[in-house]
Ligand binder design. Sequence first.
Ligand code: GLU
Length: 488
Amino acid sequence: MTVRVRYAPSPTGMLHVGGARTALFNWAWARRHGGAFVLRIEDTDKERSTEESERSILEAMEWLGMDWDEGPGVGGPFGPYHQTQRVERHLELSAKLLEEGKAYRCFCGSERITALREEQMANKQNPRYDGRCRGLSLADSTAKAEAGEEFAVRFRVPEGETGFTDHVRGDVSFQNVEVDDWIMLRSDGSPTYNFVVVCDDADMKITHVLRGEEHLVNTPKQVLLYQALGLDVPEFGHLPLMLGTDKKKLSKRTGHTSVQIYRDLGYPRDAVLNFLCLQGWALDGETEVFSVDELIKNFEVKDVSKGGAIFDAEKFQWLAGEYLRQETPAECAAHCAPYVIEAGLMSAEELAARSAWFEQVVAGMQERIRLYSELPEKIAFLFEADDALSYDEKALKNAKKHEVRGDVLAAVLENLLPMLEEGVSASALSEAGKAMLSEKGWKFPALGQPLRCALTGKAGGPDLFDVLIWLGAESSRARIESAIKRFE
Ligand code: GLU
């Protein structure tokens, strides 16, 4: 059997991290088995579906590198891949089921259904259809329909017990009586999710349905429909819900929920993929940093955990930092560049003209940031005016703790600046700085704190000898001279 899996997003928003995880596990399963990964756009909710949302979902999938073998843009043998373009087929299958008595027209109307539900709820019963139209003959119901009476089409749930294979939750079985005679076509003729998802999955020859646990309640209805249509039932895997660290459903309250936002915040792409892998799956229970290739090589649906996956935003940031640090300075610089431009620190032209310098700065900063977007704020001091650098209160306080600050800065001007002019390395400067300290009998903070405030205006930050090099002799000198005056 060739594995055929699908991701079937409804284009009603951006790509949710939960959806991205579903897509990723399906994609990995297809790649692992040399099967096909199908992308189907479930756009039947006309009010909420937008083209913009579809575009942004496809774009996010592309960014994550999850290529689809069939679907929008690439076509395939079982298209069209937009659900709204498959309506004729849906109606054909619904007519077939009506004809065979496996579905029936329901003329109850929304008023009666609402009243019925209210009555059942008042009696503490589970709301369900009472089967009033179940007994209508096909001839009678056809006559009513032809006379213009409004109707919905309901699935006729047969008697018995049914089961299905769920690779995550184990084999599931249920009594058919627990399943209501659900609506396949609404009275306006529009098909419902449970109906079309089965039509399309069957027509697209899907072998494994891996999707979020929120759909587990739908699966019995769908399994019964496959059987009514005389089709093979696919195998299922219901992936655990992604929960916030508060154990509640992930929501905008607890953090960002769309993949694009993480991209825009400057999370490395591979960190996003790695983090999604960890939502309900583990490589070996220990290794946290691994690539999607490892997922493809090792992914088994049965290893997915039943329990909720915890979306730990802090761990996500940590992981982002791990990936950012693995990049070469040139790669990282390229990823940080748009943020530096956006922050107005440098233009694209300036960046191109000073690319070696910028890479040097990035190399020194890679240990200190986790997201590309964190860079501009941390290096903004480099772009301030030398004689009007803003000093943080704490930086100034630290600098002023040292009585000898004026002497120290003067010594830097005398001993280190000539070396800087000659173009020595940061480590040579550091050596010279230490030698100077021991000769004068000063402790490192007496140099570090005033010099840091003078050069950066901040209480903490990158290595000071790196900063001297990034600023260059002229700026460094101007900043130190200005600090000597301002510290008094
Ligand atoms: N369009 C459905 C959703 O976005 C797909 C559910 C399924 O995979 O069956 O939730």
